[in-house]
Design a protein around this ligand. Structure first.
Ligand SMILES: [Zn+2]
Length: 212
């Protein structure tokens, strides 16, 4: 991982520890001395005073992640690492890269290691672990799926199908050949080694974990 990104993640983890690993965004803001105010769009200013503006139009789970996303921006700015993170990649990719790092830090704030490890101890490398993380953290299934996947030490591929297609996928397996939007009409036959879980839904949805 790149140096500035790595330093920003470490800074955020240290700050989160000082806030007792709370996953409540308003409590985290209070502990970090960040004010939250309503705004036309969501934004973050490290200040001082540190202020997050939040747009009201987001639906609840996304709003929660949006707050953590803006907190992550404040932490990156406070660490003095924003320019260094932007400079890690080519100019045209710089802002997309900063947003990706910010999203990754936000996912650590809303789904800390202690939460992941507890769910893993209970259900192991199984789709139930992803559902548990999603329900406790109150994030989207996609956010929980990514956090679960990148927390694994060995290579693992997780995916969600909707009807006959893969609708979301994350992988740390270098040999993975599956991809989003791929047709996969019979997942049990196509991936005999995968742990599968059917989700209650009008569309046929299956969550799968495939360990190397
Ligand atoms: Zn952002």
């Amino acid at each position: 991982m790149r140096d500035a990104t790595h330093a920003a993640i470490q800074y955020a983890l240290n700050e989160h520890e000082r806030a007792d690993w709370t996953t409540q965004p308003d409590r985290l803001c209070w502990a970090l001395g960040i004010r939250i105010i309503a705004g036309k769009r969501s934004s973050a200013h490290a200040g001082p005073p540190a202020i997050i503006t939040l747009a009201r139009e987001h639906y609840a789970p996304r709003q929660r992640f949006t707050m953590h996303h803006e907190i992550a921006h404040v932490l990156i700015q406070r660490a003095g690492l924003e320019d260094a993170i932007l400079a890690e990649v080519d100019d045209e990719d710089a802002h997309r890269h900063l947003e990706a790092v910010t999203n990754y830090i936000a996912s650590l704030l809303v789904m800390p290691d202690v939460m992941i490890n507890h769910a893993l101890d209970t259900y192991g490398q199984h789709p139930e672990t992803i559902l548990t993380i999603q329900q406790i953290a109150r994030v989207s299934l996609g956010a929980a799926l990514r956090r679960f996947t990148y927390a694994q030490r060995g290579g693992v591929t997780t995916l969600l199908t909707s009807g006959a297609y893969i609708s979301d996928l994350a992988s740390t397996d270098p040999y993975n050949r599956l991809h989003r939007h791929q047709r996969l009409p019979d997942i049990a036959a196509a991936l005999p080694g995968a742990q599968l879980l059917s989700l209650p839904s009008t569309r046929r949805r299956t969550l799968a974990v495939l360990a190397m």
